[in-house]
Unconditional design. Sequence first.
Length: 232
Amino acid sequence: MASFAFKQFKIDQNHAAMKVSTDGIMFGSWLSLNNAKNVLDIGAGTGLLSLMAKQRSPQLALSAIEIDEQASDEATLNIARSPWPDIQLHCIAVQDFESPEKFDLIFSNPPYFQASLKGENAQRNLARHTDSLSFADLITSFLRLSSESSRLAIILPLEGAHIFIELAQAKGLYLIRQCDVKTTPSKAVSRVMFELSKVEQALVTESLCIYDGNNQYSAEYTRLCRDFYLKM
């Protein structure tokens, strides 16, 4: 799949290891941009999440980080051809990234395989396995790059989410929002989208089912993502 067209932008993805996915579209639609001004996308890939955030809130000052050079080159083109070429993309590991300003929202669709066997595709391994960005590194980077009222938003498979949240809470972060995602009504929860904060707040819990019993996009998923899909 060389490209994926949305209502206001297009993602070319000839070389990126991780293509446009339901996870990414769902997460980019779910992100809370309330009170966000200076935002950081860690692991930008093709630039999907950054572009979705700018479509929703064009006034954002948005920076993005991508360690993989091929993905970064592709994201650079996607951003340049979009209505929001002011997104600042950096081809660098977040562990090495410095910013004079603190971010009030940081989001990531991070690598999630911690113990599984790797395949032969080194680029895909980099995108999917946590060797290049461990959960601990991501949490530490958030603490370093964020202000006191900042939020960290993440999407992970269920098991990874539990591990990440436990590590974050051990570092003094608070879980403030969580959405459990099922593929169909009869399936178990497979993904978790969640927000963490340095400031304790009442936890808001949500649930989402992507498909209905007829294997069509559910009404709730359609409401969430309709601003992006061409045919929704």
